[in-house]
Design a protein around this ligand. Structure first.
Ligand SMILES: [Zn+2]
Length: 154
């Protein structure tokens, strides 16, 4: 059972649930399969992006790494890959929620030849024994060579 911290209730902001902030990423071994669904070990895939050893070359790759950051509860990575204009003050994770898979449904632009792009995805999760899916068309921009998440179109 999760212990409640002594922090005051987290601020709610658009699209971010207001549950207790988890400051420590959930442990995931570098050799574990990457949560993003690519056939690679976490340490060689999104783990390298989370650790700052490499940068996402495409909007889709950034989307995958952000999904993995939700899965391992890496708030710092989510915040630094969020466009300043839409970035929330904090990212709070629901400790009951477990992300179980990601499907990339479609992309537009978002390559090294573009400065913006969209990624449509379905993110699967489980909460309290119930399965759910979050579908979103996300907008991304590339600023000084780095892809950043902007917001959801739908
Ligand atoms: Zn990955």
């Amino acid at each position: 059972m999760a212990k409640r911290t002594s922090r005051p209730a987290a601020r709610a902001s658009a699209g971010v649930s207001a549950h207790a902030t988890v400051t420590t990423p959930a442990p995931l071994a570098p050799g574990a399969p990457c949560p993003c669904g690519l056939p690679a070990a976490y340490g060689e895939c999104c783990g390298a992006l989370h650790a700052g050893r490499s940068a996402a070359p495409t909007a889709e790759r950034l989307m995958r790494s952000r999904y993995s950051a939700f899965a391992v509860r890496d708030a710092a990575y989510l915040l630094r890959t969020w466009a300043p204009g839409t970035r929330p003050p904090a990212v709070d994770f629901d400790p009951r929620l477990r992300w179980t898979g990601l499907d990339i449904l479609a992309t537009t632009d978002g390559t090294a030849f573009h400065t913006q792009g969209t990624v449509s995805f379905a993110a699967h999760y489980e909460i309290g024994g119930e399965r759910g899916v979050q579908r979103e068309d996300s907008r991304f921009v590339r600023v000084q060579g780095s892809w950043l998440y902007v917001d959801a179109i739908s």
